[in-house]
Structures are given as structure tokens and as C-alpha cells.
Design a binder for this molecule. Structure first.
Ligand SMILES: Nc1ncnc2c1ncn2[C@@H]1O[C@H](COP(=O)(O)OP(=O)(O)OP(=O)(O)O)[C@@H](O)[C@H]1O
Ligand SMILES: [Mg+2]
Length: 147
């Protein structure tokens, strides 16, 4: 399953996904700089009913949003390489919210067991291709509901 989305289609799709996510769900967003991972996360936050402005957590590693149906833990581990132990990711994953990890594929052997991977690639100006990879049963359920 592959989609080509402009920015507003991307946001609408992510918002729909945000409405059906459950506590403990983990999304790993993969794609180059500017591929749309944070834009997608903004749509999910909207779908979760979060009205705060979602900002890229690149320099903070994680930002938490508590104003919606479920807490959202938005992580970006692009800059964690030097000191992975400085941040207790596990405690977020188990905290009963929705976790989104930009650049999560960099975790390699530390990847969680169950997650939906969403891959973004640049096709042309203002269009992004989105594809999915499921890891575990729950990810398959989510994918069935959104596609
Ligand atoms: N179809 C589209 N979907 C998503 N974003 C788009 C699209 N077309 C253009 N854009 C623009 O591309 C940029 C995507 O940036 P965004 O911060 O979401 O990327 P990112 O994958 O999070 O990058 P980084 O790895 O630096 O965190 C935004 O400026 C957005 O406005
Ligand atoms: Mg980003």
C-alpha cells in the first residue's frame, strides 16, 4: 500500500490515524530531512484532540502533549547517536500514551517489538510518497483500519 499525498492530504490522513490510535501504540517515522515526519505528527496530534502547537523535538529529543484523548510522546532521535543512554525511551513507550519516534529506525537492535513503521519519501515538489511496514499484530490492525 502506497499513497501519494500533498500536504493537506497528508495532514487529513494523519488526523484520521490519530483518531483511532490507542494507549501504548508506537509509530516509527522514517524518511529524509524534510520528508514530512513532523508534518504528519502534527496531523496525528490534531486527531488526538491536542490543540497545542506541535514543534519539532529535534533538539529536545522528546516533547510531551497532554491536552488530548491520550498523551502524545513525540520523539526525534536524529541527534541521540552520541549519547543514547541520556534518554529513557522505554519509560515513554510504557507510559500509556501514543509514542511517535522520528528516525526510529536508527535504534536498530533497540527497536521495540511492536510498532507501525511509516516511511516517507520525496517524489516531487509538495508531494510525498507514504508506505507502511507492520511489526506485530497491533500494527496490522491499525493499518487495516486506515487503508
Ligand atoms: N506532501 C507533503 N507532505 C508533507 N510535507 C510537505 C508536503 N509538501 C511539502 N511539504 C513541506 O515539507 C516540509 C516537511 O518538513 P517536516 O518538518 O515535516 O519534515 P521531517 O521529515 O520532520 O524532517 P526532519 O527529519 O528534519 O525532522 C514542510 O516544510 C512541509 O510544509
Ligand atoms: Mg521532523
Amino acid at each position: 500500500m502506497k499513497y501519494k499525498f500533498n500536504e493537506s492530504e497528508m495532514t487529513t490522513f494523519a488526523e484520521r490515524l490519530g483518531r483511532l490510535l490507542e494507549a501504548g501504540d508506537i509509530l516509527i517515522l522514517t524518511g529524509d530531512l524534510g520528508a514530512g515526519k513532523t508534518t504528519f505528527t502534527k496531523g496525528i496530534a490534531k486527531g488526538l484532540g491536542i490543540s497545542q502547537m506541535v514543534k519539532s523535538p529535534t533538539f529536545t529529543i522528546v516533547r510531551e502533549y497532554d491536552g488530548g484523548r491520550l498523551p502524545l510522546y513525540h520523539m526525534d532521535i536524529y541527534r541521540i547517536g552520541d549519547d543514547p543512554d541520556s534518554f529513557d525511551m522505554e519509560s515513554y513507550l510504557e507510559a500509556g500514551g501514543v509514542s511517535i519516534i522520528e528516525w526510529g529506525e536508527l535504534l536498530e537492535e533497540d527497536l521495540p517489538q511492536n510498532y507501525l513503521q511509516i516511511k516517507f519519501s520525496y517524489t516531487e515538489d509538495n508531494v510525498r510518497e507514504v508506505s507502511f511496514e507492520t511489526h506485530g499484530v497491533r500494527a496490522g490492525e491499525i493499518l487495516t483500519q486506515i487503508t
